[in-house]
Write a protein that binds this ligand. Structure first.
Ligand code: AMP
Length: 295
């Protein structure tokens, strides 16, 4: 077993005993839309998490600086630290936070991808970044996240994998015709590292015309969700954080949605999951955008 997973398991046991971890229980239902088995979690306790975060925000508390010692997993790089997510829905959900404050709405840089690659190489799962409040972020301090596919006998699945067989395996930005929103996806090589992940991110930013030359560090120009597995990286441009009060973050674009109650679940069934995603993402004529080569 690798050292990162051992540390995550150890910290989870410790944090549970210390009462620092608030695992949120959910009922779940599957809604199949165009062959994608969307997993919809019904999280009646979402208010508990939001109340806690609202209090912190009001008191201008940054929960990641200082972070709670009971949730500390390990140092990752000179610039990044690994914590447990305090309010997890799935066990072993980790946060990759910057040691010093950096705004969540600034571009990711190579150092962020080095920390991400370190975790993803040791823990097979879904990594993601909610780039700003419009993309579903609740915290302004830079944090990437990773949910392992397997933890304590539980499986976390990525429903959109069902349609990713349409992905052509050339390492260049492309699109999934079924997705009715502005996005780019790129297959990853088996031996990826932080530099390769960063290059793929740049290729996607150019593909979606967020930038058209080198990346200048600093404020992002668009809100977006970034999803990364060991096999692909997906970037979705966002227009709004919720539709009819159903909040959507990166997990939604993986096919894992969250509703607050049965009323929202009924609304989602009527609307359909892909239409919900289309409603919160940016729209545009993608065919007009030149496909940028990888390099
Ligand atoms: P996001 O909502 O995408 O910005 O992700 C931030 C995550 O931080 C949320 O999923 C929260 O559950 C989590 N969180 C909030 N407060 C803390 C805390 N004190 N320590 C660790 N994680 C936290």
């Amino acid at each position: 077993m690798n050292e990162l997973l051992t540390k995550i398991q150890h910290t989870t046991r410790h944090a549970k005993q210390a009462g620092a971890l608030h695992s949120l229980t959910t009922a779940q239902e599957v809604i199949v839309d165009h062959g994608i088995p969307f997993v919809v979690r019904i999280l009646e306790q979402l208010d508990r998490k939001e109340n806690y975060q609202a209090k912190q925000e009001k008191a201008k508390v940054n929960p990641f600086l200082p972070y709670e010692q009971d949730l500390f997993v390990c140092d990752l790089t000179p610039h990044h630290v690994c914590l447990l997510n305090k309010f997890n829905v799935v066990d072993h959900h980790i946060l990759i936070i910057t040691r010093e404050f950096q705004p969540q709405e600034t571009w990711l840089m190579e150092a962020d991808f080095t920390a991400l690659a370190h975790c993803l190489q040791r823990l097979d799962g879904l990594a993601f970044y909610n780039a700003g409040a419009i993309a579903g972020a609740s915290q302004p301090h830079k944090h990437l996240q990773l949910i392992p596919f397997q933890s304590n006998g539980e499986t976390f699945s990525v429903p959109i994998d069902q349609v990713l067989s349409q992905l052509n395996d050339r390492m260049q930005p492309q699109q999934i015709p079924l997705f009715p929103f502005m996005h780019g996806i790129i297959p990853l090589p088996q031996d990826y590292d932080g530099k390769i992940l960063f290059d793929c991110y740049l290729a996607l930013l150019r593909f979606l015309r967020f930038i058209d030359g080198p990346l200048n560090p600093g404020w992002q120009t668009q809100a977006y969700n970034l999803l990364v597995t060991r096999r692909w990286m997906l970037l979705v441009q966002r227009a709004q954080d919720q539709y009819e009060k159903i909040p959507v973050n990166s997990l939604g674009f993986a096919g894992a949605l969250l509703v607050r109650n049965q009323m929202q679940l009924s609304l989602l069934k009527k609307l359909t999951p892909l239409q919900l995603l289309a409603s919160v993402a940016a729209q545009g004529d993608l065919s007009q955008r030149a496909i940028a080569p990888f390099e």
